[in-house]
Design a protein. Structure first.
Length: 296
């Protein structure tokens, strides 16, 4: 009897266990199905949401670009305004200083121009007067004679030539028998120490340099100059510039290609041009017949 009871209890336990496992499997299957349907719904809605989100991002990008451009334009306008304002204030400041100086000079009984001229050195004044004289001479554009035109051309070309003073001084040092660096065109703190360490040219070198630098009418030296590459490039550039300028120059007068002059002034020329634009297609043959003498 007891064995039957134990067998029945074991069978009931196995059954309960099987039921519990089946219930667990059912619950798991139900939860898995629900989660799968939820994931599918999420996947189905994600495409639309992505499209909406993409549109939002594009709208933000457009708004950001417009804002950046507006900010850039505003900063640029502010910079221009500030530069213009700074120039205006500087101009006003200089004008105020000039008027103040003039008022002080008038109160003290002094000449304003005389006070301003004290600020210039003699060399600066001489250079300014030479510049004014050169400008006055070149203001005469009339043709006087061939010599005058050639001199004007020579002076104009001479302004573009910058002599190499340092090379000339080096040749002069050798010709005079001086140490290198003795003749300097500008202040150089290291020139004295370097020149004292260099060798003075010999008598033969001095004589050759003197004959080469100071050539007379009886000198046998000819055609031995070897210009540098920079000098050659400068001459070639000047020649090309003259060729381009000559090619662009033209003595063509206004309305030269129009043929016969049929007007008495500029206003009449414009009027005739307007008339010809509309009626030449009708009157060309008649006018040609009159010119040939075959008109009836």
């Amino acid at each position: 009897m007891s064995n039957q009871i134990i067998g029945t209890a074991e069978a009931a336990g196995r059954t309960a266990k099987e039921v519990a496992e089946a219930a667990g499997q059912f619950v798991e299957s139900m939860s898995t199905g629900e989660s799968t349907s939820a994931a599918a719904k999420e996947a189905a809605l994600t495409t639309e949401e992505r499209k909406a989100k993409m549109e939002q991002l594009r709208a933000k990008m457009r708004a950001s670009s417009q804002a950046n451009r507006a900010s850039l334009i505003e900063e640029h306008s502010k910079a221009k305004t500030s530069a213009r304002e700074t120039a205006r204030l500087e101009k006003q400041r200089k004008l105020a200083e000039m008027l103040r100086t003039k008022a002080d000079a008038e109160e003290a009984g002094e000449d304003v121009d005389r006070e301003k001229n004290w600020e210039w050195t003699i060399e600066e004044n001489d250079n300014w007067e030479k510049k004014l004289a050169r400008k006055a001479r070149r203001a005469d554009f009339e043709f006087h004679d061939d010599a005058h035109a050639a001199r004007r051309r020579y002076k104009k070309d001479l302004d573009q030539i910058k002599p190499d003073i340092s090379a000339y001084n080096r040749q002069k040092e050798v010709a005079m028998g001086l140490a290198p660096g003795t003749l300097v065109t500008s202040f150089n703190p290291t020139a004295g120490s370097s020149s004292s360490m260099q060798v003075v040219p010999s008598a033969q070198q001095q004589q050759m340099a003197a004959d080469n630098l100071y050539r007379g009418a009886n000198s046998m030296l000819y055609g031995d100059s070897k210009p540098s590459e920079d000098d050659i490039d400068r001459v070639v550039g000047k020649i090309n510039q003259d060729i381009d300028k000559k090619g662009k120059f033209s003595r063509k007068r206004l309305n030269e290609d129009e043929g016969d002059i049929t007007y008495i002034n500029e206003r009449n020329r414009v009027f005739n041009k307007k008339i010809a634009r509309y009626y030449d297609k009708y009157t060309t043959e008649i006018r040609a017949s009159f010119e040939r003498g075959t008109a009836l």
